[in-house]
Design a protein. Structure first.
Length: 343
């Protein structure tokens, strides 16, 4: 991602300064640290030397340069606005990178807390609690239910630990495979949009991605129908993607983009469809989309900042329940035994 950002940004600056395209790409290749990206640029240089356009050369590497990137470049070359289009692309890629980074950062805190809990429980289960098992079994008392459950779990880990680990790995692998199936992914994408804590982040991030991508494509000179189709492919959530593809069919019939968005208020808030409608009527759709992109990017920023505050008490309760269960399982039989001595 960062390599592509620098590629678009530096190439735009070099073209603006009057440097020929081929020399600009070569200069960037010399500065790139990634060997893989350097090989891609070497191949692009060969095609440029053979007289091919930059857009066609980039299209030969779909894993590196997306359809959005290639189309904006092609339109820029055809219209003589390559410098501006590269600038739009660098801004778009930068914002997309920041958006993903913010969403990823919001997930770090819960992941650290839960991972720490798993490690703590694992250490107790493998190294400490097994040493207490003979002591518990030697007690001539009826063990509490919590202690029986703990003993059952520890013995299960001791006897079948390898199979449990293997099963967990296979389960995760199977789950990843199943989630890649279109129908299953759509179900979970739809579920994410309904979950109380995650849905605000998902909605805002998808809308920010959609509006900024569409803005960049329209600014770059890509026709509305084609721009909508490309924008749909950049959205990870299948529910949003399918609705945008439906809007493509409506626009092909001569209808406006906002006319379809108005119907799906659960996905596209009223403010979004109204601002897009105003942009379509006044001929300032690109500005309206840019405004919405900035608005939803700020929404993601605000939600992710507050996420740790919202999740902290929930995570503390989970950790407290786990640690409390282990503590009670150990203390109760000892307490009963001591109480029996007093009697």
């Amino acid at each position: 991602m960062l390599d592509k950002v620098l590629f678009a940004k530096h190439l735009s600056t070099m073209i603006k300064a009057g440097l020929p395209l081929r020399e600009g790409v070569f200069a960037i290749k010399e500065q790139v640290k990634s060997n893989e990206f350097k090989r891609v640029l070497n191949d692009i240089l060969k095609h440029l030397d053979n007289g091919e356009s930059l857009g066609d050369s980039l299209a030969l590497h779909p894993r590196v340069f997306s359809e959005l990137f290639v189309n904006v470049i092609k339109v820029g070359e055809a219209s003589g606005s390559l410098e501006e289009n590269l600038k739009y692309l660098s801004e778009h890629l930068t914002k997309s990178y920041e958006l993903k980074r913010k969403v990823g950062a919001a997930m770090i805190y819960p992941a650290i807390v839960l991972s720490t809990t798993v490690i703590l429980v694992s250490v107790l289960s493998i190294f400490i609690l097994p040493k207490l098992l003979p002591l518990f079994k030697s007690f001539d008392i009826e063990l509490p239910l919590a202690t029986k459950i703990l003993i059952w779990l520890i013995e299960g880990i001791q006897n079948y630990g390898f199979f449990i680990l293997l099963g967990a790995v296979l389960f995760i692998g199977l789950l990843i495979f199943i989630l890649r199936l279109k129908k299953v992914k759509k179900f979970f994408d739809n579920l994410i949009l309904k979950l109380p804590i995650i849905s605000p982040i998902s909605r805002s991030s998808n809308l920010a991605q959609l509006t900024r991508t569409l803005c960049v494509l329209l600014r770059g000179g890509v026709p509305a129908v084609e721009a909508l189709g490309i924008s749909a492919k950049t959205i990870g959530n299948l529910v949003y993607r399918e609705e945008i593809l439906k809007s493509v069919l409506e626009v092909e019939k001569g209808k406006t983009i906002s006319s379809h968005l108005k119907v799906k208020r659960n996905l596209f808030p009223v403010v979004a469809s109204q601002i897009i409608e105003v942009g379509e009527k006044t001929g300032s759709l690109e500005s309206s989309l840019l405004y919405l992109a900035r608005f939803y990017e700020e929404e993601v920023d605000n939600v992710t900042k507050n996420l740790s505050t919202v999740l902290e008490p929930i995570l503390l309760i989970i950790v407290g329940l786990v640690v409390g269960f282990i503590a009670i399982s150990i203390i109760l039989p000892i307490y009963q035994l001591v109480g029996g001595f007093h009697v």
